[in-house]
Design a protein around this ligand. Structure first.
Ligand code: SF4
Length: 387
């Protein structure tokens, strides 16, 4: 634990959410001896953390002392927060200022009416039924965008996965905190996928996005995805056909890419294979397969982003940053999207070894990424690569 640096701090961004942390005592120093010696438990105070809106990357984790019997925390991106001169501040930097992800544009009063209208138009479409649940119950922005008819719209297709991520948001073991979303329970038909796709791709700068939080690994449905992409491209040249994936199956990825995929985002917690395996716990593939998928995608001119699962004190370790810069340059990756990993840090560190390398701090990490991989864009969201 250390004191924050000024460049790591910001007034609380609009639409941040405060979380009370049960069974935890905040750690800190008495004002007169700030930073001297070990921090103490601040008895009689409540431990809180912030969940940041999209586009903000946390720079520090909250510091707490876990009391006996304290519950594990649900899957959120806990960020250090504190009062300063009567205002709430937190440890974050802005990585993308994208008005399309403004929370005020979601869950608006007209959403239920829009959901009813599209469901009435396609009453037998189970994919729309799933997206209604995702929009109403999970608050998923990409699912809502299908009903709003704009931007990135969700198209989940896979009930199963070939990895076992520590922080999976759609499937967790009995003893863990419940996953924020229930895993999709069926494989939609070609007709269902195409029906929703044709509705969505008609909108300006639309992305039709396979691989969502409520499903497993979409590449496990590659033959269906390839048929759907071909069928959509036979009917419309519009919009971006996008895939969020763990990148585990290079040949399946080739099939989907050759069918007409425009962009791909591959989730990654580390460019160091052992650290990757410790988090993803891959069942039927390995880290080299993920790299091969990126090579194939870039070889076909597909826009490739990394969805970098961020934990301060881990990703900003010097060895992690150097390995990431090598990967970005060697594989000509187009973009890195910073994603605060939504997980109880105590649970995370139970499964992931702490780095022995110097910890640079997130602002320094971002500076080195910009300097070391100048061709790679830094941001937080999937861009439309085709209008
Ligand atoms: S790859 Fe995705 S669906 Fe599979 S375990 Fe990881 S987070 Fe869950």
């Amino acid at each position: 634990m250390r004191l924050p640096r000024e460049e790591e701090l910001v007034r609380l961004p609009t639409s941040s959410v405060l979380h009370y942390l049960p069974g935890r005592t905040p750690l800190g120093w008495p004002v007169r001896r700030t930073g001297q010696g070990s921090p103490q438990g601040l008895r009689g105070t409540l431990a809180v953390a912030v969940q940041l809106p999209s586009g903000w990357t946390r720079t520090l984790l909250p510091a707490w002392q876990r009391e006996p019997g304290a519950p594990d925390l649900p899957f959120f991106g806990y960020t250090a927060a504190f009062f300063r001169q009567g205002e709430l501040w937190c440890a974050a930097v802005q990585t993308e200022d994208n008005p399309r992800w403004n929370p005020e544009l979601y869950a608006t009063r007209d959403l239920p009416r829009r959901i009813r209208a599209l469901r009435r138009k396609h009453p037998a479409n189970r994919l729309l039924g799933q997206l209604e649940v995702c929009a109403r119950e999970y608050g998923c922005y990409n699912a809502q965008n299908i009903f709003y008819g704009r931007w990135e719209g969700a198209a989940p297709v896979s009930p199963s996965c070939n990895a076992c991520c520590q922080g999976c948001i759609s499937s967790q073991p009995e003893e863990a905190p419940p996953s924020p979303q229930m895993r999709l329970a069926f494989v939609p038909t070609l007709e269902e996928i195409v029906e929703v796709g044709l509705e969505h791709l008609n909108h300006p700068e639309a992305l039709y996005s396979f691989g969502q939080g409520c499903e497993g690994e979409p590449l496990l449905q590659a033959p269906l995805l390839a048929r759907a992409i071909r069928a959509l491209r036979e009917r419309t040249p519009k919009g971006t056909l996008h895939l969020n994936t763990n990148g585990s199956l290079p040949q399946a990825a080739r099939e989907v890419i050759q069918a007409g995929l425009d962009s791909m985002r591959i989730s990654l917690n580390s460019a160091i294979s052992d650290h990757y395996r410790a988090y993803y716990q891959p069942r039927t593939y390995d880290f080299e397969d993920v790299l091969e998928t990126i090579r194939i995608a870039r070889g076909h001119g597909v826009w490739v982003s990394l969805n970098l699962l961020m934990v301060p004190g881990v990703n900003d370790a010097q060895d992690e940053v150097e390995a990431l810069i090598r990967l970005l340059n060697d594989l000509d990756v187009n973009m890195v999207q910073m994603r605060n990993l939504n997980m109880d840090p105590d649970l995370f560190f139970q499964g992931i070894p702490a780095s022995q390398a110097p910890i640079l701090g997130v602002p320094e990490m971002l500076r080195r990424l910009r300097a070391g991989a100048p061709r790679t864009r830094l941001g937080s969201h999937n861009p439309a690569v085709r209008s």
